[in-house]
Design a protein around this ligand. Structure first.
Ligand SMILES: NC(=O)c1ccc[n+]([C@@H]2O[C@H](COP(=O)([O-])OP(=O)(O)OC[C@H]3O[C@@H](n4cnc5c(N)ncnc54)[C@H](OP(=O)(O)O)[C@@H]3O)[C@@H](O)[C@H]2O)c1
Length: 294
């Protein structure tokens, strides 16, 4: 791993896929509630083009965002895709007309999900597919995932998927999946204030596997902490930049996919790669999860 303006590079284990550590999460490009088209589709296209022009080459998506909308915007904005772009998508969920988030984890649903992603992204092979366990919402729940991981491994053998990852999983589920196939990344809920995966991150780092926090800025409930605001003011930057810079320093296998529907926020988030945090500031940030309810 090297340093650079977007946090340096990371290569997914045993792959030829190398990305900048600051990427982009596309969920915010759909309409409100991750449903339907955005108010301004041209603005959504502009965000993706600005991100890739700035060097972002890791985009996170799902065909059930919208549904279909996010992938269609990615295709409109970036197709034909730059050779170094890694699009990571996920399977395991669906959005019925009541706009809820439901599991879609039967072999038939997973296979159909791969084909939906291929069709809407305009690809013949998906770079990385995460199996997203619906669990108890945005936190994992124990339970076997062997059937689903075997389906993904078979789709990989068929050439429709290059590499496999997991999302919203427990350490036991990671180990279970690794007994079936190689896992290149894990995407779980984690940020400065929500640090349930500290041990898992360190374990994956030892194996060279990427840990990609979803809700790096707090997601639907933006991070808010008086310590964070105070420290950002002391450094002369924004709280969100400090939160992202802290994640980059937390572990070298952490890749960022902050989501935004605003070009100004995108620029701010990408600039977090250039922020240096002193040991004192890092220690104060480390204390946030233990001492504050955010
Ligand atoms: N695997 C999973 O189950 C799962 C679940 C959720 C998300 N994800 C992925 O993770 C990505 C990141 O998660 P997320 O987008 O939900 O949450 P997030 O990145 O933690 O936060 C996004 C929210 O923060 C705001 N924001 C972004 N940059 C900001 C800035 N510089 N200053 C102030 N506000 C800012 C955005 O609003 P604006 O639009 O106004 O900037 C949006 O409301 C998603 O895009 C998606 O690809 C995966």
């Amino acid at each position: 791993m090297t340093t650079g303006t977007l946090g340096g590079e990371f290569t997914f284990p045993a792959t030829s896929l190398t990305v900048q550590r600051i990427g982009y999460g596309a969920m915010q490009l759909a309409g409100p509630g991750v449903w339907g088209p955005p108010k301004d589709p041209d603005a959504a296209v502009a965000i993706l083009r600005e991100a890739t022009a700035a060097g972002v080459n890791h985009i996170d998506t799902a065909d059930y965002y919208g549904p279909h909308v996010t992938n269609q915007i990615i295709r409109r904005a970036l197709y034909p895709y730059p050779a170094d772009l890694v699009i990571v998508t996920k399977l395991g969920g669906r959005r019925p007309p009541d706009r809820s988030w439901q599991p879609a984890n039967s072999p038939q649903e997973l296979t159909a999900g791969v084909h939906d992603n291929l069709h809407n992204l305009g690809l013949e092979t998906l770079d990385i597919v995460n199996y997203r366990v619906m669990g108890s919402g945005n936190g994992p729940e124990e339970g076997s995932i062997t059937e689903q991981v075997r389906v993904l491994a078979e789709l990989r053998r068929e050439g429709l998927i290059r590499h496999i990852g997991l999302s919203n999983v427990t350490p036991a589920q990671v180990a279970e999946a690794q007994s079936i196939t190689e896992i290149v990344c894990v995407q779980n809920n984690y940020n400065l204030a929500y640090r349930h995966d500290d041990a898992l991150i360190d374990d994956l780092a030892r194996q060279g596997i990427a840990y990609v926090p979803f809700f790096p800025l707090g997601g639907f409930t933006p991070l808010h902490s008086s310590t964070l605001s105070f420290l950002a003011g002391r450094i002369g930057t924004t709280a969100m930049q400090v939160a992202l810079a802290w994640l980059l320093r937390r572990s070298p296998n952490i890749l960022l996919i902050p989501g935004t529907s605003s070009v100004a926020h995108l620029r701010e988030n990408l600039a977090a790669g250039q922020l240096t945090l002193s040991p004192q500031t890092l220690a104060e940030l480390d204390g946030i999860a233990a001492t504050e309810s955010v």
